[in-house]
Design a protein around this ligand. Structure first.
Ligand code: PLP
Length: 410
């Protein structure tokens, strides 16, 4: 009886959900100023998901069994190629692939690695993603000491607090484009406190910027950023002894690192259903990465894109948040200040650019009155020239004269 009531209830809840969803969709259709343009091809200037080649997308046109030996081959290839990208050996490190976006890898690493009952983790932060690391720790029940990205402050904090068990930071803080000093932090932590675990979010840097992992216990990354795969798989690269430290700590079934590592090592399989098509695409993306000349070739193209973007934006008067001379590696994503011109309305600028076939980062950044453009992914200098032409055209449409005048900038 109670089953019947529950069943009826859940059916009527479902029905009312459906009705509400349908109503929302039709209201959305009526009110939505921007008509969906699905299926039309636009260039993404976003830091991931980003443009991927047809070759990578075509690799998904195959169905493959999760427990079939062909798929085991794909997993093996991907795990090993990722270590190659990171420049580390399989004797010392393991790749644990995590179904989901980058935050899944971060949550997996944090909740598996740090104790909830003792100690504290220092979270160095200077933007949205650093703050998110702190939030993930808090949700996992890990106590934190958030500090700014300041090496002196770090030294002082480590010296003053004897109960610190970990230091966590983001390499490329995608909310501004700043590249944080991973090597310097790693040296401070490991030269004086070798038992403290060091974790780095390398989400938007792996494949684009070299990182020396020798002082890093766990680094997280993504398939759909500089490695140019499609979204759906995130990555944890862990020292093998760090995997051992992770045992029996996580209270998550699907995000626990150690059992997934064991399964990869012992029978070559995911514990839970993997996104098979995404993995096929990722393998192809890793092959392309190698063919492009690995890290050197890829970052060379990204730097060329960035040079064109920053020079041509400067020519039309847009000012950057960061100075290229002080931030010579900030080529993953670039933050520009809004022109002071009252006719500049970011949403309008964004939608007009999108109609012209160029999609930049939609969200406002960590910094007020600024917007971001990324030039990673399957983007080439001719695409950047074309984006700049669109920006010129959109500014003319918005009656913003170019070049912007110095005094008119925020
Ligand atoms: C530095 C950084 N960390 C983590 C993430 C993961 O975020 P999400 O799970 O929303 O993809 C991103 C995504 O862009 C990022 O840039």
């Amino acid at each position: 009886m109670s089953f019947l009531i529950k069943n009826c209830l859940s059916r009527s809840v479902c029905r009312s959900h459906l009705l509400r969803a349908n109503a929302a969709i039709s209201i959305g259709r009526r009110n939505n100023a921007a008509t969906p343009t699905l299926g039309t091809s636009k260039k993404l200037f976003t830091p991931g998901p980003l443009m991927v080649t047809s070759r990578v997308k075509s690799a998904m046109m195959a169905d493959i069994g999760t427990r079939h030996s062909d798929f085991e081959y794909v997993i093996k290839y991907v795990r090993s190629a990722v270590l190659g990208v990171a420049g580390v050996s399989a004797d010392e490190y393991s790749t644990i692939l995590v179904q989901g976006s980058g935050t899944f890898a971060n949550e997996s690493a944090i909740s598996s690695m740090f104790s909830k009952s003792s100690g504290k983790v220092v979270v160095m932060q200077n933007g949205t993603y650093g703050r998110r690391m702190n939030d993930i720790c808090a949700l996992a029940g890990v106590r934190t000491l958030p500090i700014p990205m300041d090496l002196d402050k770090l030294q002082h904090t480590l010296a003053q607090n004897k109960d610190i068990t970990g230091v966590v930071m983001v390499h490329c803080e995608t909310s501004s484009g700043v590249i944080n000093p991973v090597a310097a932090v790693g040296k401070i932590v490991k030269s004086r406190f070798p038992d403290i675990s060091f974790m780095v979010d390398g989400m938007t840097s792996l494949g684009g910027l070299p990182v020396d992992l020798s002082d890093i216990d766990i680094m997280t990354a993504s398939a759909c950023k500089c490695l140019q795969g499609v979204p759906g798989i995130s990555i944890v690269i862990a020292k093998r002894d760090a995997v051992e430290k992770c045992r029996y700590r996580s209270n998550s079934m699907v995000l626990d690192i150690a059992p997934q590592h064991d399964s990869f090592e012992n029978n070559g399989q995911f514990l839970f259903t993997p996104p098979t098509h995404v993995m096929l695409a990722f393998r192809e993306a890793l092959l392309e990465f190698e063919e492009e000349g690995s890290m050197e070739g890829r970052s060379k193209r990204y730097r060329e894109n960035w040079n064109v973007l920053t020079k041509e934006m400067a020519d039309i008067g847009f000012k950057q948040l960061l100075d290229n001379r002080e931030h010579p590696d900030s080529f993953i994503v670039t933050t520009f200040k809004y022109p002071k011109n009252p006719r500049f309305i970011f949403d309008e600028f964004y939608h007009k650019l999108s109609s012209a076939g160029h999609v930049i980062c939609p969200k406002r950044t960590n910094y007020p009155n600024s917007f971001r453009i990324s030039t990673i992914g399957d983007i080439h200098v001719e695409d950047v020239h074309s984006l700049i032409n669109s920006i010129r055209g959109v500014c003319t449409e918005m009656r913003i004269s170019l070049p912007l005048v110095e005094g008119n900038m925020q």
